[in-house]
Unconditional design. Structure first.
Length: 205
């Protein structure tokens, strides 16, 4: 029987989370049986992201990609584990968001170090632009929440950045991949700024 009310998705990130949700929940149930806590899984994920950053700093990009992929799996599981184990807390959400930013930042810093050492100036500038854009994408949403706005729109959110980074590392096409991330991450910031303006332009002065 066809669904009379087909699910709609506000963003591509929502689509990804929905279609991989059942798989993540199954893995999360296994982790729950092993007695792991969601915050522990978050810590494992960020440690793996840091290790991936170290591999990137040495120029071993495929190894960095493999470890980053595993880190992403843990990052996808902490929220699912919190749900299936009924351990969802406000601090857990805060903890997850903060460590995600650290993991992403340290990885990009490691990649930037190798690019600087190898004299790839253009790619290094693109890493800086990607880092700034990535942090501001998250900050724009958090700041919007602080003034009572729910802004989750954007072309290149964290799941999409993760996929683009993996493709970049495994293909070795650093210039193209980093350019895509740098441009689209900052474009996403602009999208969220525009959305905030649209939602508040009728506010009284």
């Amino acid at each position: 029987m066809l669904d009379e009310h087909p699910r709609t998705f506000e963003t591509k990130s929502d689509w990804l989370r929905f279609h991989f949700g059942e798989l993540a929940d199954g893995a999360a149930r296994l982790l729950a049986k092993l007695g792991l806590w969601p915050n522990t899984v978050t810590i494992i994920g960020v440690i793996l992201a840091i290790i991936a950053g170290w591999f990137a700093s040495q120029g071993t990009l495929v190894r960095a990609g493999v470890v980053l992929l595993v880190a992403g799996c843990f990052d996808a599981l902490d929220g699912a584990l919190a749900r299936v184990s009924k351990r969802v807390t406000r601090f857990g959400a805060f903890w997850d968001s903060m460590l995600d930013r650290y993991g992403e930042g340290v990885f990009l810093a490691g990649l930037g170090y190798w690019l600087a050492e190898s004299g790839q100036t253009l790619e290094l500038m693109l890493v800086f632009a990607t880092l700034v854009g990535s942090l501001l994408v998250s900050y724009a949403r958090a700041r919007a929440d602080g003034i009572g706005l729910n802004i989750r729109t954007g072309f290149l959110q964290r799941p999409e950045r993760f996929v683009v980074m993996l493709v970049t590392l495994f293909s070795g096409q650093l210039t193209i991949g980093l350019a895509v991330m740098a441009v689209l991450a900052n474009f996403t910031v602009a999208q969220r700024m525009l959305k905030a303006f649209q939602l508040t332009r009728d506010d009284p002065i």
